[in-house]
Structure formats: structure tokens, C-alpha cells
Design a protein around this ligand. Structure first.
Ligand code: RFL
Ligand code: PHB
Length: 389
């Protein structure tokens, strides 16, 4: 078969791109390795920038989000037993939206199904051919049969462990990576959130984050060791540790309950350059990873989608290659700033195993500067709500 754009990966970036293209009459097929339920079972991001929200609206998939999402005008930072707020609204005139990645993905799948766009689930052995020619094609195996799709372009939206990035020869690519010496243990529980704004906590026992999905669904994370296993952490042990890391008055009102999901995510910063090889374009986690501390992963995926979507539109509607030719450069300029912010938030809030007394004093001074400086708070707010596209 033939289509205009093959999208490898049915996560949020692939689905968003597919839906935007579809609304402009550009044909795209999404190839997803897993089942729909598997993709929807992954609990990930919670915070959306306004840029993401606008794209979701443009994709015609924002209706439920407009009804159900929560607007967050600020956040709380705590250290030891002190805490202060960062007012996004005051510093930037805007806010962020709390709406889970699972819900975004569900809405995009539903929107895709409603318009009859083609998604192939359980597409195995996806391989991209001729990406550096004018006639790329993608092969995959479905129900034991090999299929082939010829196309104009391939969008590699298949996450960090996908095939798209690996398709670009190592001689063309430069990878930049930093692996952090800890992970995040996260749980989801059907309990009311401890606070109406998120709490990012730096404690002597390590980082903790209090987040949520709705009025009766809480999401909490604690920094853990990379050698920890989920099975080692009973719910009780998690709650006890969380209580020790957050401000005492929050710990006192914390409502606990059984976890309905529990997982460990390692923390990593990663960027590959360039994000284009011939007619293959990398989007989202396929090209870059951030530690979740700045809530930027899904949001940087969305800014890639924005640049690629507009580049492809320019190609199809105006026969102009400028947008796709400058895709990598434009996307990377924004990504490196989100990488910097995520690295900085991570460094500010976590305990590192090799931190010496001087490093701890530096971290403390930085927290106190942030607490006392309007300019420092404005810089955090500006990055958190999202830099312009
Ligand atoms: P995804 O979501 O990984 O989707 C890629 C899809 O491609 C499929 N795939 C393949 N399909 C076909 N053939 C292959 N060979 C394939 N290989 C893989 C996969 O099955 C999958 O369905 O990448 P995408 O779309 O780029 O989206 C990126 C986001 O998922 C990610 O950046 C965020 O979840 C990161 N993140 C956060 N981002 C935010 O913006 N705000 C947050 O608050 C936030 N919190 C988080 C996070 C990530 C976390 N974890 C678990 C890493 C919190 C956590 C704990
Ligand atoms: C989440 O709600 O899952 C979440 C929120 C903020 C972050 C990371 C994760 O920085």
C-alpha cells in the first residue's frame, strides 16, 4: 500500500501528528508495536504546557480535556521544613494544565478512530528503508505476514527504545547523554491529593513529588536507588517514606490508600543530533529524553510535532521544503533549553550519592536564592509553563 506519511509509534507524539495531518487532508498510517490497552496502561506525564493544549485543540481532540483538566497557576517548592510558592500566573500571565498523558492518548485514539484513520496495532519488526532516498518505505509483520507501505516521509515517533533513531547511521548521529544515579518510584492511588498545587520536595532523605490526576486520584513519586525493585517497596513503606520527605503539615494531612499502579523510572538526559536523516524525522522521546523533574518530556514531544507538522504542511501545500529542511535546527533549539531546565530542576531538588558538604551548601544557597528572588522565580515560571515555539 501507499500513504503520504508513515508514523512509527502510536504514543502521544505519533497520534498527535497523525491527527493534525489528517485534518489537513494529509494521509498518514500509524504503526504501533503494542496493543491499545498496553499503551493506555502506561502512567506517565501529568502536566501540559499551553502549547500542547493548543495543538490538541487544533487536532480536534481537546473536548474532554477542556471539561476535565485542572488549571495550575503555580507550584510549591519545599526543602527541609520550609516551603515557598512559585506563581506562574503572576510571572508569565499563564498557567499549566493538569491532564494525564493516558487521557491525552485515549482522546487521540478516539479521535483517530472517529475519522477512520488507519492505526496498525501489534505491528512487529518495523523497519525503515530508503530513508535517505526520495522513495522511502516501511515494512512490518502483522499476523505473521510481512507488509510494505511506500510513502513520502517517515515520522519516527517510537520513543527512546524504538527503531527510528537506530535507522540513522552512527556516522551521521551525535548522541549526548547524562544518566543520573537514581530513579523515581511512583504510585497512583485513589485518594484525594494532599495539596491543590504540586509539591516538589528536596529533603535530606531525597526528592519527593506530590501530584495528582483528579480530585480522588493522586500521583506521588519518591527518589529511589537504581538498585531498588518495585517489589521491595510495600505501599506502607512508600507512604512512610513520602511522609518523611514532604513538609510536616502536608504529611499530617496525607491520605493514604492502596496503590493501583507502582513503577520505577530511571532518570536520564539524552539528545541525538540531527533529528532528520533524509526523509526520516525523529519526534519526541525517539530523539530526546529529559528527567521528569521539569515535566518537559511530553511537552518537548509536542513542540517537535508542531515544527514537523508545519514543515510537512509547507511541503504539501506550498511545495516548499524550507520547513522540513529547518526542522531539526528549530526543534533542537527549543529542546536544549528544556534539557537545561530539566537538568537544573533535577540538580536543585535531588540528593546525589557523591554530593560533598560544599555541594550541599550550594544546593541550599540556590534554594534560598530561589525563595527570595523574584527574578529567579520568574525564570523558573517561564521555563515551567513552556518557552514559546
Ligand atoms: P512514547 O510515549 O514512548 O511512545 C512511543 C510509542 O512507540 C511505540 N514503539 C514502536 N512502535 C512500532 N515499532 C517499534 N519498533 C516501536 N518501538 C516503540 C511504543 O510502544 C510507544 O507506544 O513516546 P512519545 O510519543 O514521544 O511521548 C513521549 C512521552 O511519553 C514522554 O516524554 C513523557 O511521558 C515524559 N514524562 C513527562 N512529560 C511531561 O511533559 N510532563 C510530565 O509531567 C511528565 N512526567 C514523564 C513523566 C515520564 C515518566 N516516565 C515513566 C518515563 C513522569 C514519568 C514517571
Ligand atoms: C505527574 O503528575 O506525573 C508529574 C507531574 C510533574 C512532574 C512529573 C510528573 O514534574
Amino acid at each position: 500500500m501507499r500513504t503520504q506519511v508513515v508514523i512509527v509509534g502510536g504514543g502521544p507524539s505519533g497520534l498527535l501528528l497523525g491527527q493534525l495531518l489528517h485534518r489537513k487532508g494529509i494521509d498518514a498510517v500509524v504503526l504501533e508495536r503494542k496493543t491499545r490497552d498496553y499503551v493506555l496502561g502506561r502512567i506517565r506525564a501529568g502536566i501540559l504546557e499551553q502549547g500542547f493544549v493548543s495543538l490538541l485543540r487544533e487536532a480536534g481532540a481537546a473536548e474532554r480535556m477542556e471539561r476535565e483538566a485542572f488549571i495550575h497557576d503555580g507550584t510549591i517548592i519545599s526543602y527541609d521544613d520550609a516551603q515557598f510558592g512559585i506563581d506562574f500566573k503572576k510571572h508569565t500571565g499563564t498557567s499549566v494544565v493538569l491532564y494525564g498523558q493516558t487521557e491525552v492518548t485515549r482522546d487521540l485514539y478516539d479521535a483517530r478512530a472517529a475519522v477512520g484513520a488507519k492505526t496498525v496495532f501489534e505491528a512487529a519488526d518495523v523497519a525503515i528503508h530508503g530513508a535517505d532516498t526520495d522513495a522511502p518505505y516501511v515494512t512490518y509483520v502483522k499476523d505473521g505476514r510481512e507488509e510494505r507501505i511506500d510513502c513520502d516521509f517517515v515520522a519516527g515517533c517510537d520513543g527512546f527504545h524504538g527503531v527510528s533513531r537506530q535507522t540513522i547511521p552512527e556516522s551521521v548521529r551525535t548522541d549526548y547523554e547524562k544518566v543520573y544515579p537514581f530513579g523515581w518510584l511512583g504510585i497512583l492511588s485513589e485518594t484525594p491529593p494532599v495539596n491543590d498545587e504540586l509539591i516538589y520536595a528536596n529533603s535530606t532523605r531525597g526528592f519527593a513529588l506530590c501530584s495528582m490526576r483528579n480530585a480522588n486520584l493522586s500521583r506521588y513519586y519518591i527518589q529511589c536507588s537504581l538498585s531498588d525493585h518495585v517489589e521491595d517497596w510495600s505501599d506502607q513503606a512508600f507512604w512512610d517514606e513520602l511522609r518523611r520527605r514532604i513538609p510536616a503539615e502536608a504529611a499530617d494531612r496525607l491520605v493514604t490508600g492502596p496503590s493501583i499502579e507502582k513503577s520505577i523510572a530511571p532518570l536520564r538526559s539524552f539528545v541525538t543530533e540531527p533529528m532528520r536523516w533524509g526523509r526520516l524525522f525523529l519526534c519526541g522521546d525517539a530523539a530526546h529524553i529529559v528527567p521528569p523533574t521539569g515535566a518537559k518530556g511530553l511537552n518537548t514531544a509536542a513542540s517537535d510535532v508542531h515544527y514537523l507538522y508545519h514543515g510537512l504542511l509547507q511541503w504539501y501545500e506550498e511545495k516548499d521544503a524550507e520547513g522540513i529542511d529547518r526542522y531539526s535546527e528549530k526543534a533542537l533549539a527549543r529542546i536544549w533549553k528544556a534539557e537545561r531546565f530539566s537538568w537544573w530542576m533535577t540538580s536543585l531538588l535531588h540528593r546525589f550519592p557523591d554530593q560533598d558538604p560544599f555541594d550541599l551548601k550550594m544546593q541550599r544557597a540556590e534554594l534560598e536564592f530561589l525563595r527570595d528572588s523574584d527574578a529567579a522565580q520568574a525564570a523558573l515560571a517561564q521555563n515551567y509553563v513552556g518557552l514559546p515555539y
